[in-house]
Design a protein around this ligand. Structure first.
Ligand SMILES: Nc1nc2c(c(=O)[nH]1)N[C@H]1C(S)=C(S)[C@@H](COP(=O)(O)O)O[C@H]1N2
Ligand SMILES: [Mo]
Length: 390
C-alpha cells in the first residue's frame, strides 16, 4: 500500500448521501450571499486575522502558528487561499465537466451526480503556491521581486477525494496524438494551465470533489478541482469545467507570463515551472516573542518528492546545523511532517533555522546558492526565523 493513498469503490450509500443531502446542501448553504457577510465579497470562507495574513482582496496565507501541532492535515478553516479573482459561486445543478479537444476519441460531458458516482480515491497531499517564501527574496537577499510577499503560509495539506484524471480521460478515449491535458477553470478569468499527459496519467493526479471529508469548499474549487501532487499550486486548477486534451501545448497566461522563470539568470526561453522544492518552516509568528527558558520550537517540513527523512536545525543563522529535530506525528510523502526541537534560551535574540532532507537525499540549498527570478518563485533556502526571548 502506498502511504497516504486509499482507493475506494463506489459506495451507493455515500453517493446517495452526497446527491440527496449532506454534501451538496452543505456546500450550497455557503453559496451566494451566505459567505459574503463573513469573508467579504471576494471569498466565501471567513478569514479571521488570528488564522490568516491577507494579501489583497482574494489571497490569504495561513498563520502556521495557528495550526494544531502534530496534526498534518490542515483544517479547512485555515487552509490558504490563492485566487486570481473572486471565488465564483457555482451551482452543481448547472455544472458540467466537458472532456474534449483534438486528441480525444469522443467528447464526454458529465454532470455533478455522474462525477461523484465514479469510483474515487483519497490522497493526502500538500498544495503550495509557487510564490510561497517570496518575502525572503527582499528580506534575506535584498532582491526586489514582483508579487504578494508570502512567507511560509501558502502551504497546506488536505485529504483529497476524487476521480483519477486517467479514469476520466479513459471515458473520452485518448488518440495517439494526445500529449497535453489542460484543466480549465470557470472563474471569471477562465484560469487554465496545461500539463503533459504523463503527469495527468500519474496515479495520484485526481479531479477532487471532496476535501478533508467534506464537499469541496467554494474557495478551494467547488464543485471540482484538479490536484497535481508535487507541482506548484498553479497546476491544481480550481472550479474545473473542462479537460482539454490536445496534441500541441496550449499557450496561456499561466505558462507564458506567470509561473515561468524570468530574469537575468534565465536568458533563454523562460523555463515553465513544474515541481515544487523541499522546504521547512518554524510555526511561530514573524518575529516571535517567547518567555526565556526551556522551550520546544515546532515547525513543518515538506518535500514534493517523498517523505521527510530529517530536519536539521541551526541556531547560528545557518552556518552550522548541529541539532536534529524530532519528527512528530504523520510523515507522509508529498505532504510533510511536523518536527520539534527543545532549546534552552536565555533572554535575548535567537534565530532558529530548520533545513529539511527528504528520503531521496534532496535538501534545501544554502542562501548563497538561491537563484533569483523576477517574480520571486520557488524560494528554497533555509529561513532563519527571528525569536526574541524575554
Ligand atoms: N481556476 C483557478 N484555479 C486556480 C487558481 C485560480 O486563480 N483559478 N489559483 C491557483 C494557484 S496560483 C494556487 S497556489 C492554488 C491555490 O489553491 P487553494 O486556494 O485551494 O489553496 O490554486 C490554483 N488554482
Ligand atoms: Mo499559486
Amino acid at each position: 500500500m502506498v502511504p497516504g493513498v486509499r482507493i475506494h469503490h463506489r459506495s451507493r450509500r455515500r453517493f446517495l448521501a452526497l446527491a440527496g443531502g449532506g454534501g451538496i446542501t452543505a456546500a450550497l448553504a455557503c453559496a451566494p450571499g451566505a459567505g459574503r457577510a463573513r469573508g467579504g465579497p471576494e471569498l466565501v470562507k471567513a478569514l479571521s486575522p488570528e488564522l490568516f495574513i491577507r494579501h489583497g482582496a482574494h489571497n490569504a496565507e495561513t498563520r502556521l502558528e495557528s495550526l494544531p501541532v502534530g496534526r498534518l492535515v490542515t483544517p479547512i478553516d485555515r487552509f490558504y487561499v490563492r485566487n486570481h479573482g473572486p471565488t465564483p459561486r457555482l451551482s452543481p445543478a448547472d455544472w458540467r465537466l466537458e472532456i474534449h479537444g483534438d486528441a480525444v476519441e469522443r467528447p464526454v460531458s458529465l454532470t455533478y451526480e455522474e462525477l461523484v458516482a465514479l469510483p474515487t480515491m483519497t490522497i493526502t497531499r500538500y498544495l503550495e503556491c509557487a510564490g510561497n517564501g517570496r518575502a525572503y527574496f527582499p528580506d534575506l537577499l535584498g532582491l526586489p521581486v514582483d508579487g504578494d510577499p508570502w512567507r511560509d503560509g501558502a502551504y497546506g495539506v488536505a485529504e483529497w477525494t476524487g476521480v483519477p484524471l486517467s479514469s476520466l480521460l479513459a471515458l473520452a478515449g485518448l488518440r495517439d496524438s494526445a500529449a497535453w491535458v489542460m484543466p480549465v477553470g470557470l472563474d471569471a478569468e477562465g484560469y487554465a494551465r496545461p500539463m503533459p499527459l504523463a503527469k495527468a496519467m500519474m496515479a495520484d493526479t485526481i479531479l477532487a470533489h471532496r476535501m478533508n471529508g467534506e464537499a469541496l469548499p467554494m474557495d478551494h474549487g467547488f464543485p471540482a478541482r484538479v490536484v497535481v501532487p508535487g507541482w506548484i499550486g498553479a497546476a491544481s486548477v480550481k472550479w474545473v469545467g473542462a479537460l482539454e486534451v490536445t496534441a500541441q501545448q496550449p499557450a496561456v497566461a499561466a505558462n507564458t507570463e506567470d509561473y515561468v522563470m524570468l530574469g537575468a539568470d534565465y536568458p533563454g526561453p523562460p523555463p515553465v515551472l513544474t515541481a515544487l522544492v523541499i522546504k521547512s518552516a518554524v510555526c511561530l509568528p514573524w518575529p516571535a516573542v517567547l518567555p526565556a527558558g526551556r522551550r520546544t520550537i515546532h515547525g513543518l517540513a515538506w518535500s514534493p518528492f517523498g517523505k521527510i527523512a530529517r530536519v536539521d536545525v541551526s541556531l547560528d543563522g545557518g552556518r552550522t546545523y548541529p541539532r536534529a529535530a524530532r519528527l512528530v506525528g504523520d510523515n507522509l510523502p508529498v505532504a510533510g511532517t511536523w518536527w520539534e526541537l527543545d532549546v534552552e534560551a536565555p533572554p535575548g535574540d535567537l534565530t532558529v533555522t530548520p533545513r529539511a532532507v527528504d528520503e531521496h537525499g534532496h535538501t534545501q540549498p544554502p542562501l548563497v546558492q538561491q537563484r533569483p527570478n523576477d517574480k520571486g518563485y520557488l524560494f528554497a533556502a533555509p529561513v532563519p526565523h527571528p525569536i526574541r526571548f524575554v
